[in-house]
Design a protein around this ligand. Structure first.
Ligand SMILES: C[S@@+](CC[C@H](N)C(=O)[O-])C[C@H]1O[C@@H](n2cnc3c(N)ncnc32)[C@H](O)[C@@H]1O
Length: 278
């Protein structure tokens, strides 16, 4: 099926269902690490690259009902609740949902649920025509298929509802880029610059990758070119109405690691989009 990314292992093609099942175990295993990494308010990546895009594209959320898909430890759901929204937050990892629920003070504003976002029927149990907005941050690239989420969201949303996503930049940050430091001389001056090498883009691929430094175990990560991500949304009945690309602020990082994204401040790590119902 278009939009699915398959993996070849030991001569056998793995089905999306099998990959998704393994992915759930991988995320359950790293739930404690992920929760410690983000804490109550989210880490630097969340606060510089993810949340500002969600806030910009969602607009005023006061009094709105928002579905957060692939919510992790709930950092975004809490931020939305703090801004006055009611949130239903779902994730397929029971361990992460338990950790999200452990943050006190949000019982009236956030409803957490274990749910597989690649399962159309499971998604529809959340209630058709209920939500003002659906968001999914840094989770589309962790799912072996994304069409079920887009097509179910089309039904879960109110007629004037919209879908906001933030995901790894398909050109620069989902196809196993490698980073180099280059030292040389220009016009009699010594210069050091930083660059990135990309070896593939158009073909969708499954990779096994660490989402953050020092993770206890890697997880499946699905590279799709931008056209494939957007075409899945268009096929489900959405149009793209706003689009952003973000990198770390030039002055915003202390203790820069030279062989990391810290110095690639002109190359975006994420894309964000708002999808309206066609
Ligand atoms: C990189 S984390 C992002 C978490 C959070 N949205 C954030 O922005 O920090 C990806 C999340 O997607 C969840 N996820 C991956 N595949 C999923 C699926 N099929 N159904 C529901 N959640 C899924 C993982 O458990 C994990 O919590």
């Amino acid at each position: 099926m278009a939009g699915e990314v398959r993996i070849q292992r030991s001569g056998k093609m793995k089905k999306p269902e099998a990959l998704n099942h393994e992915g759930k175990d991988q995320w359950n295993k790293k739930a404690e690490f992920w929760d410690n990494l983000h804490g109550e308010k989210g880490n630097q990546f969340h606060n510089q690259l993810v949340r500002p895009n969600v806030e910009k594209l969602l607009g005023n959320v006061r009094g709105k009902l928002i579905l957060d898909v692939g919510c992790g430890n709930g950092a975004m759901a809490r931020a939305l609740a703090d801004m006055g929204a009611n949130v239903t937050a779902v994730d397929f990892s029971l361990e992460l949902i338990n950790r999200a629920k452990a943050y006190q003070g949000y019982d009236d504003l956030i409803k957490y649920q274990v749910l597989d976002a690649t399962n159309y029927d499971e998604l529809l149990t959340l209630g058709e025509g209920q939500f003002d907005a659906v968001i999914s941050t840094m989770a589309l690239m962790d799912m072996p298929k994304i069409f079920p989420l887009f097509s179910a969201s089309r039904k879960l949303l109110k007629a004037d509802g919209y879908f906001v996503f933030v995901t790894s930049h398909p050109s620069f940050n989902s196809n196993l880029p490698s980073i180099s430091i280059n030292a040389g001389e220009r016009d009699g001056e010594r210069v050091v610059d930083y660059s990135m090498k990309i070896t593939h883009y158009l073909e969708p691929k499954v990779q096994i990758a660490m989402g953050a430094p020092n993770e206890p175990n890697p997880h499946y990560f699905y590279h799709r070119p931008l056209s494939m991500i957007l075409n899945e949304a268009f096929k489900a009945g959405f149009v793209l109405d706003a689009y952003e690309e973000s990198s770390f602020d030039i002055g915003g990082i202390e203790n820069r690691n030279p062989l990391s994204w810290d110095n690639l401040t002109d190359i975006p790590q994420v894309i964000a989009g708002r999808l309206l119902i066609k």
